[in-house]
Write a protein that binds this ligand. Structure first.
Ligand SMILES: C[S@@+](CC[C@H](N)C(=O)[O-])C[C@H]1O[C@@H](n2cnc3c(N)ncnc32)[C@H](O)[C@@H]1O
Length: 374
């Protein structure tokens, strides 16, 4: 019998209710939740009592007391998963992705040589994530020097990273926002889409409710947030083919064009770096940075300080220069894609994911060029 059927049986004994949906294996997405009948908007699909959650409070005292009092909840939950030898959650343990699956998908566990091929925003997120893991491991390691090898803790930490939900209790409300996290067996089988079901919680339960109708057999998603593909790649180990929240960072295209003086001016006005474009817009910061490259400083100041754009002719100049910068960037991306093809490190699926991501970035950049050129 599929392990998730055992999980469902266990969940039922714990009071979890599922209506018109069930878990199934979905190619390329592990397990997901699928409609078993026609569903209507506003139908309640899953109800999970808070008694099922794995939280700060369910970490056994014998574990927590050996760890620092101020340890992050992420680190504590990972310690609990790594040390748990009880049968209490065995049905849940049986359905979570294997270590191999996590290692294949999550950049944190990849060969560091591959990290240099992540887009800049992904590298930034990974740097913060690595610092958090290192902090938690530094607390864990001396407390359990022999019983939990680093790779085992990293696996548990990655599961927590990819499967927790935001949850507030009077106790966790006193903690940092990032610490208000809980593991939620069963509801953690929902995959992500850029628009999904409604997820609500109160002190007694989590509820997932359909926002639209679904046909039988259709996968039902929730949204993990309005995340770009760079974020999804590092935090969850996947990128989406279509993502309305996706965006491209242009810092690697624009920063090298700026002189030291121009960087100082941009810094002073709060416009240095974080240049983004999405499916329909080039951000104001990008406009400010490209403008400083091609209009008199006096006019540039009026743009950033008063929002005066200098008229159509000047905007045209800015657009022309931006097109050139973006065309150069498209060529740089082509080189990155070629380098990826020749790489001898990492797994094929990791290289494919990186290539896919750069192709997406290239496509969005090219689309912007076409839009500007029209
Ligand atoms: C909360 S779990 C969802 C259940 C998971 N698929 C499983 O098999 O247990 C989050 C993980 O599911 C996968 N996932 C979620 N949404 C996805 C999507 N749209 N495409 C591909 N993988 C997805 C990623 O591996 C992510 O880290």
């Amino acid at each position: 019998m599929e392990a998730y059927r055992e999980l469902l049986r266990w969940a039922e004994t714990q009071g979890v209710e599922m209506h018109g949906v069930e878990p199934r294996r979905i190619p390329g997405r592990g397990i997901g939740i699928v409609a078993t009948k026609a569903l209507q908007a506003d139908e309640r699909l899953i109800w999970v009592p808070t008694s099922v959650l794995r939280t700060l409070d369910t970490v056994p005292k014998r574990i927590a007391k050996r760890l620092p009092k101020d340890m992050r909840v992420h680190g504590l939950l990972a310690a609990d998963l790594a040390l748990d030898r009880s049968k209490k959650y065995e049905q849940w343990n049986a359905i979570v992705p294997s270590r191999e699956d996590v290692w294949a998908s999550l950049p944190l566990t990849w060969d560091p040589e591959l990290h240099e091929f992540l887009p800049r925003p992904a590298r930034d997120i990974l740097r913060r994530q690595t610092a958090n893991f290192d902090k938690d491991w530094a607390a864990m390691q001396p407390a359990y020097p022999t019983s939990v090898p680093k790779a085992e803790y990293l696996y548990a930490w990655a599961l927590v990273n990819t499967r927790t939900f935001y949850f507030e209790t009077p106790k966790t409300k006193k903690l940092h926002k990032d610490d208000r996290m809980v593991l939620q067996p069963v509801a953690d089988l929902f995959n992500h889409a850029d628009e999904g079901c409604e997820v609500c919680f109160d002190q007694t339960s989590f509820t997932v409710t359909a926002r639209r109708a679904y046909s039988p057999g259709e996968e039902v998603f929730i949204s993990y947030g309005n995340h770009s593909n760079d974020f999804l790649l590092v935090e969850y180990g996947f990128v989406m083919a279509q993502n309305r929240w996706d965006e491209v960072c242009l810092d690697d295209a624009i920063l090298p064009e700026l002189s030291a003086r121009q960087k100082v001016l941009l810094e002073e006005s709060g416009f240095l770096g974080n240049y983004m474009l999405d499916d329909s817009t080039v951000c104001y910061r990008t406009q400010a940075a490209v403008r400083i490259l091609c209009v008199p400083v006096r006019d540039w100041r009026r743009f950033v300080e008063e929002g005066v754009d200098g008229g159509e002719a000047q905007q045209d100049k800015v657009d022309r220069l931006l097109i050139k910068i973006l065309q150069k960037y498209v060529k740089t991306i082509t080189k990155t894609l070629q380098s990826l093809k020749g790489l001898k490190v990492g797994q094929a699926c990791q290289l494919e994911m990186l290539s896919l991501r750069w192709q997406q970035i290239q496509a969005l950049t090219a689309k912007t060029i076409t839009g500007l050129d029209a």
